[in-house]
Write a protein that binds this ligand. Structure first.
Ligand code: SF4
Length: 572
């Protein structure tokens, strides 16, 4: 097996979830991964491609997915067998707080001298706390780790001065924590490669297909994301990826855009090998009219047949939808109204009226949109349990309207804002101002929260309008109602609806039982009862409140061009 200079490890959210599961609940029901959050950040690929271009060999190991796929997969054995110049671990999403640090400990157990490097948005936010853990040697801050990481590897190899590495936080034996200048903030993404063929080649080179896959079930649903930029011009109240947060965490005043021609080429390259859906992340309108026109005309010229999903931050004009329909033969859209209540929507930073939302849905459907996904949320400012009920009524109104001709192209979802309000978001930084109460603030508090027995105790907040208990109860009640509506309006078969309803009710009952066990004073009895109950958690930890398959964008009948993939993988 070739030796890699850098091994990038993607951790599970909690180590070891296989031995001590919690009731993770619906925290990942509306994203492709499981609650273990086995999907690694797209940055792993751009880092690997960048470093390879500069002469370094990089191996990606999706430890979380390998653990999910096999109970017998021995993490320690794998890590022991590796001997790179350095290990990299992502702490991009905060739910990896526990798993990432446990992986770092295992590395130090077998390779005490090997440098352990952390990166990602959460690592950047918590860099000063993270560096104090003895298993962490370096933290690369910001949204563009590629070049700082290259410089760090060179410095490690040549034993050069660490003070010259941009965006680095490290410990100097003599003078404690050192925070290097945030001097590397590239203005665009044009020198990055989003070439997924490198991942195919790497999986052949290291004979590790699973370790390179993005999430469980990807072969059945090979969705691929395209990233036109890093950063955002909006400021949704609870989002850690908004403009304010990016400025503070990543030192970025404006998003770094990728040339739209390159984005279209990224899409064409994916389409050459894979026929699964492609999601363009973020609302393309944020880059301005000329960006949109170039991107769409380039996509049109490439005659992509894959289903392409576009995110809309707010409703849009018919002209914009006509441009999309004229450029993308199979287009889908998703939009997050969050609440039916326009005041609540305004409070989180998305001020628009239901009327304009409905007009956008109607226009999209008329213009041939294959599917419209609508995401509603629980855990918003001013939102009460009653308001959640009204959101369900609104969902019914929409379903009634848009399933009139037997069409099932409009899909509403509702899920809790869980498990964490994003650090760096306005609501996290000023909770009282926006009606939030935070239970956890530090990295260590979040790490420990992930070990609690249910998602109710993991939640790092409650609101002035809903306690943690009400957030949980409202979530399950809403899930039951929406599930019934989906059966009634033909989005789900009766049998699927019945299975889902039984799962939701069992989850509700287990949540009550966990609460009761936690009231037991005797520690030993409490632990024994909880351990007995834990055996039932894993079967309910996926598709908790909605069926994961419901979320799938349409997929072409043949999902892969195997011959082309094989050629790309073997090209080396
Ligand atoms: S949720 Fe809002 S602030 Fe966050 S990335 Fe999306 S549009 Fe930007």
């Amino acid at each position: 097996m070739p030796k890699a200079d850098l091994v990038l490890l993607h951790p599970p959210s909690v180590y070891d979830f296989r031995k001590k599961a919690s009731m993770y609940g619906p925290i990942s029901d509306v994203v492709p991964s499981t609650p273990i959050f086995e999907m690694y950040p797209i940055g792993f690929m751009t880092i690997a491609n960048y470093l390879k271009k500069h002469g370094y060999s990089v191996r990606i190991v999706n430890v979380a997915l390998r653990m999910l796929k096999s109970r017998r997969f021995d993490v320690e054995r794998l890590i022991k067998s590796l001997n790179p110049l350095a290990f990299g671990i992502d702490l991009h999403w905060l739910p990896h707080a526990q798993g990432s640090l446990e992986l770092a400990k295992i590395i130090k157990k077998y390779h005490p001298q090997a440098p352990v490097i952390f990166g990602g948005i959460s690592a950047s936010y918590y860099h000063q706390e993270l560096i104090l853990y003895p298993e962490v040697d370096y933290v690369i801050r910001g949204d563009s780790a590629e070049e700082p990481l290259r410089q760090l590897l060179e410095t490690i190899r040549k034993r050069g001065p660490l003070k010259d590495v941009p965006n680095l936080t490290w410990q100097d034996d003599g003078s404690g924590v050192r925070v290097n200048e945030f001097s590397y903030v590239p203005p665009d993404l044009d020198n990055l490669s989003f070439d997924y063929r490198s991942v195919m080649r790497s999986s052949a080179q290291y004979k590790d297909l699973t370790g390179h896959l993005p999430f469980r079930g990807w072969f059945n649903y090979p969705i691929v994301a395209v990233l036109p930029w890093r950063g955002c011009i909006h400021n949704c109240l609870t989002c850690g990826g908004g403009a304010h947060a990016y400025k503070n965490i990543c030192g970025r005043n404006l998003p770094a855009y990728r040339n739209p021609r390159l984005v279209a080429e990224d899409i064409a390259l994916i389409s050459h090998y894979l026929k699964g859906p492609i999601i363009i992340q973020g609302d393309i309108r944020q880059a301005g009219d000329s960006y949109v026109e170039t991107l769409l005309s380039e996509i049109k010229s490439k005659r992509i047949s894959n289903h392409i999903a576009l995110e809309l931050f707010r409703p849009t004009s018919r002209e914009f939808l006509e441009m999309i329909a004229g450029s993308i033969s199979n287009f889908n859209i998703e939009i997050s109204p969050d609440s039916h209540d326009e005041e609540i929507r305004k409070a989180i930073g998305r001020a628009y009226a239901n009327k304009s939302l409905e007009r956008t849905i109607e226009d999209a459907l008329e213009l041939g949109c294959k599917r419209v996904d609508l995401f509603f949320m629980i855990g918003l400012p001013r939102q009460t349990p009653h308001s959640v009920q009204e959101t369900l009524e609104y969902c019914e109104t929409l379903l009634k309207e848009y399933t009139k001709n037997g069409s099932t192209r409009v899909h509403p979802y509702i899920s809790p804002l869980a498990p964490f309000l994003d650090p760096g978001s306005q609501a996290f930084e000023n909770p009282e101002k926006y009606g939030y109460r935070l239970f956890y603030k530090t990295l260590e508090e979040h790490r420990q929260a992930l070990l609690t027995p249910s998602w109710k105790y993991m939640l790092n907040y409650e609101t002035n309008w809903m306690s943690r208990d009400e957030l949980v109860t409202s979530t399950y009640k809403a899930a039951l109602q929406l599930n019934r509506l989906k059966v009634e309006y033909g989005l789900l078969r009766q049998r699927e609806g019945n299975i889902m309803e039984a799962r939701i009710k069992e989850a509700m009952s287990l949540m009550h039982r966990i609460d009761n066990i936690l009231l037991i004073k005797d520690e030993q009895i409490r632990a024994n009862r909880m351990n007995r109950l834990r055996t039932r958690f894993p079967s309910l930890n996926n598709s908790t409140i909605c069926k994961k398959k419901e979320l799938r964008w349409p997929v072409n009948s043949s999902r892969f061009n195997f011959l082309r993939i094989l050629r790309a993988a073997l090209r080396g």
